[in-house]
Design a binder for this molecule. Structure first.
Ligand code: BGC
Length: 503
């Protein structure tokens, strides 16, 4: 019915495109190796999911995931059908370098075949080099204390200065081998999230949970510094190794990273303490890493002002991806140094043994809470473009993830249309956003939350691995085809009450 309606709709029939995106705007979807490929036992997430000492950290193991490793051609057919021109995927470091300094030729061939399959469909690859997973030899979770000191099979983690250098070596190798097919590279995906979840909250490997000043200074800051160093080294390695323009568009190697940034607001916007607390949290959550690798600045004491200069990290990002999922109020709380703030985030508070109501944090409306437990707030995506563009002038921006965990296809479509209306306004306003990449092409393994949250434009039946279209894919496909939002699409999905995301 819907498809029929779209098929008949055109400008002449009174169904004009009312939100047109700029010519050449990029449209696509995203994935990450560990969340979809399946069957890899060589990285720290595999250990985190299966070692008895981490029992309960993840809801279930990733196992076969969505079997993307063997089903990628069929998944790319779905992407092609939607008219997408870009796909974000990651190369799993622990597959191509299972043991330190030994390349696995068959795995490199595999990634070459995957990327060629995209190119055969005229879809540009945007390749991530690190999406939350480390090879076991970088840090073996079964020997986390690493008392014997670093070895080739356990380098004791990112703070060993040889690890950033190893990452750069892998990045350069990827660019040497695949540069003829790839023009867009991301070093790290959400390095801030990787560090905070792994070294402060404990939800990611290595599972450190120490929400204190000491915890931040001992665990978080040194890893952040190591990742900033790794980014600089990898940026240079990719630039040096990738000398070929894969699609003759005069772009040889656009190198950047993808950053998680959320719509963080003061709980009481008339209270200057809450306003300052929200700024400090945003500085830690959303700006710490881009400040480091674009501005060359570090906010070591987390007072909200990055005052420490690191010219050796600066200007190592051509393309800044931004990834947006939720709104979060923040309250001033002197008893939570050093940020003196309490995020109204149910999962953070749960880790502290507290609840939203303990701090007077509002409960979001049930229809706005997604399967992830946070509040979906569509305007945030567009609203974030201006502060990022102002903070990082001259850097190209792209939405590299936005999505919603929902079992209701129409709710996904509503989210897409509403977020894009906001993004369109930001672009009209002059913000340099050149594309929208949806998270995710298919349902997948959602890290600590397992397979329950459903982010896919296509849903996956995990018994049969069958993919089925959601209304989100149909509507995004129509928007891609139109390079904008038609009146009929806006009327059906963009206004009025929206549905609940479901359980
Ligand atoms: C990550 C993805 C994740 C998505 C949804 C992003 O933080 O890059 O790996 O699946 O959010 O939670």
């Amino acid at each position: 019915m819907l498809i029929l309606l779209f098929a008949c709709a055109d400008e002449d029939s009174g169904d004009p495109v009312i939100y047109a995106f700029p010519e050449g705007f990029r449209w696509g979807a995203a994935s990450a190796a560990h969340q979809v490929e399946g069957g890899n036992t060589n990285n720290n997430w595999y250990q985190f999911e299966t070692l008895p000492e981490f029992a309960g950290k993840t809801d279930e193991p990733s196992g076969a995931a969505t079997e993307f490793y063997t089903r990628y051609e069929a998944d790319f057919d779905l992407l092609e059908r939607m008219g997408a021109d870009v796909f974000r995927l990651s190369i799993e470091w622990s597959r191509v370098e299972r043991s330190r300094d030994t390349w696995d030729e068959a795995e490199w061939d595999h990634y070459r075949a995957v990327i060629e399959a995209l190119r055969a469909r005229d879809i540009e690859p945007m390749v991530t080099l690190h999406h939350f997973t480390d090879p076991i030899w970088v840090q073996d979770l079964s020997d986390l204390d690493c008392e014997a000191g670093p070895t080739d099979t356990n380098m004791c983690g990112w703070t060993n200065p040889e690890v950033p250098a190893e990452f750069a070596e892998f990045s350069g190798e990827a660019a040497t081998r695949l540069g003829d097919l790839v023009d867009e590279w991301s070093t790290f995906n959400e390095p801030g999230g990787y560090v905070l979840s792994g070294y402060l909250g404990g939800a990611f490997p290595p599972g450190y949970s120490n929400l204190t000043v000491d915890g931040i200074q001992e665990n978080v800051i040194p890893v952040m510094e190591a990742l900033a160093t790794a980014n600089a080294l990898a940026y240079d390695a990719v630039k040096a190794a990738d000398r070929s323009d894969a699609n003759s568009d005069n772009v040889i190697a656009n190198v950047g990273f993808t950053n998680s940034i959320q719509w963080i607001v003061p709980l009481d916007e008339d209270n200057p303490d809450d306003v300052a607390a929200a700024e400090r949290i945003q500085s830690l959550y959303g700006y710490a890493f881009p400040d480091a690798v674009i501005l060359g600045k570090l906010d070591r004491d987390l007072d909200g002002t990055p005052e420490e200069d690191h010219p050796e990290w600066a200007n190592k990002c051509d393309l800044l991806g931004y990834q947006y999922y939720y709104r979060m109020p923040v309250k001033y709380q002197a008893s939570f140094p050093p940020v003196e703030a309490i995020p109204c985030d149910a999962s953070v508070l749960e880790a502290l043994g507290m609840s939203l109501s303990d701090f007077g944090c509002p409960e979001p409306h049930p229809d706005d809470i997604t399967q992830m437990g946070y509040e979906h707030y569509s305007p945030g995506l567009g609203l974030l473009a201006e502060p990022m563009a102002e903070r990082y002038p001259g850097v190209q921006l792209r939405v590299t993830e936005a999505g919603i965990a929902t079992t209701t296809g129409k709710r996904r479509a509503e989210s897409i249309v509403r977020q894009l209306v906001g993004l369109h306004a930001a672009i009209e306003d002059g913000q340099p956003v050149d594309g929208y990449i949806h998270w995710s092409l298919t349902d997948n393994f959602e890290w600590a939350e397992g397979f329950r949250p459903r982010f896919g434009l296509y849903s996956v039946d995990y018994d049969t691995m069958e993919r089925s279209v959601t209304e989100g894919a149909t509507v995004l496909g129509q928007i891609i085809k139109d390079n904008g939002i038609r009146q009929s699409v806006y009327d059906s999905y963009g206004v009025g009450e929206h549905l609940s995301p479901g359980e």
